[in-house]
Design a protein around this ligand. Sequence first.
Ligand SMILES: [Zn+2]
Length: 644
Amino acid sequence: MNLWDTNEIDYAGLGFRCGIEIHQQLDTHQKLFCHCPVGLVEGPANARLFRHMRPTLSEMGEYDGTALMEKKTRKEIIYEILNDRVCTYEMDDTPPFLINQQAVDIGIKLALLFQCKIVDEAHISRKQYLDGSIPTGFQRTTVLGTDGWMPYKDRRITIRQINVEEDACREVSDVGHRIVFRTDRLSTPLVEVITAPDMRNPIEAGEVTKLLAETNRISGLVRRGIGAARQDVNVSITGGDRVEIKGVERIGLIPGLTHFEALRQKSLLELRDELCNRDISLDNFAYNISDATRHLLKTPEFVGHWAVDQGGVIGAICIRGFGGLIGWYVFPERTFADELGGRVRVIACLDKTPNLAHRLNRAALGIPEREWESIGKGLNANTNDALIVTWGPQRDVVTALEEIAARCREAISGVPQETRQVLSNGRYTDFERILPGPDRMYPDTDHPPIPIEMKRVSNARASIPEFPWERRRKLSEAGLSQQLVSQLIVHPRFEIFQKMVEISGDIRWAARLVAETIKHLQRRGFETANLTDKRLLDLAESYREKEFYREGTLDILKVICKRNRKVSEAIDEIIFKITDEEAELIFEDLSDTANLPADPFKQKRYLMGQVMRKYRGAIPGKRLWDKVSAMTSRKDKATSEPRE
Ligand SMILES: [Zn+2]
């Protein structure tokens, strides 16, 4: 079986399920709960603020698993403050201002585009966020719509919820125990669209995400560009558990990521079965740990020797009955050791990789066999057991060894619930944090409920554009390619495009111009801002009046961009006005041309090129081609006859 090929995997047999949460910034001027302007700023910060996070009991009187995990990391958090982007609200010194009504209106419109029921009254909730990315330790969020759907293939994808919420800080760096955040992005209004786990294979996961993004963008009310949209992708298979791949920015990665996550869960379930065969259970799971520093003191070639030099330690752990399982494959190129390494990296903050040694890599990391055996002997390890070594500051090593034991213990149950981050190859994922429990949401008492009147909803309904799937159907029926259709339906100038079609009567011409030609010119450095809406409409009119032909479009656009000309001026500059009689004379002229290539097709191309260069869009290409074809076939006869 080829593990790289999504066609070779029986996803239905695996019980593959996938749900998407898409987060996209709303195009508002101000933030969600204060009046600070939205937008990122580069350059030095105006101030830096230092904080520690600590978990508090939830309303239910329990600690959340994620909260405890964050406590273990003992992170120091630095916030880079930007005076014109944050106020005391974001920094948790004042309660929220009244919610941004523009954001609520956009949220309602998006909820209607996803065919949701709109709530009568929106309540603000707090969603616990303890990774430091929000200084308050929670995100304010509110549900605006529920129970929506969108068509896909021959079925419906359920949209569970549409929420409006505040964005977190941008992470600048995360090294060791110190994490730095920039606060400009904090509290930017976001829409969160949550689907049911209705996607049955990785291809569907990618396609549906595209459709969700399309629906958001068709509204014209969301921000675009890098970082404006992020997806959380939830994947599970039968017997596995929900794993959330966080913050995927490129939709194109989703099929691969979900495919490999399904395979990872499958192999973790096989590992569980193997442990079961070995009679290892939660009850008899056992391990012991030791300080292995003295065994490696005189081994400077060991990559972890720096820990000793810096006053740290080398720790070892023996997991009973796990012999040979550390190298168990969980992805085509990653093993159970990487699962352990991920936990150690995140929770013990030992982020210099490799951060652990085991039987398979110990030689490559510079631990000689003799030393390895003496470490094992110290722990009474035999061949049935797994031996793992890790190194760093003492406190971190203790945390790391406990995490390794905890992760091995979880392997007995199968797939742990966690959030995972995308690795740089865009294909695999690594541990990010424990999946937050259901208790992470609780009511926010600082903000009053927001009644949503019928009138407000009906106003919103009147102003939403047509559904993207309807727009897609119409354009496809008009004969445009799927690629053009996909570009057009979310195009910011879709309305202008529609008017250009109405005026010119040529949908293909207008479609290519709006979706492709302008982008092409922009890439090549032309000042496309000069192509105003008005000028595009004028161009469509001139085209209808046959003041130029399709072939001249690009040259006219170039003149408008370069010299900021009106459409009529650009046409005058480019197109020689010629009458039919003059055109005939040109064709006559051509027939005299000497040195024509011998090949008839090349002849035609040559002649076309000559005329096009001179007269651009002044003669319709079809007419020119017919004429040149007629001429060259005459010539064929003329030159071939004498030979016979
Ligand atoms: Zn503010």
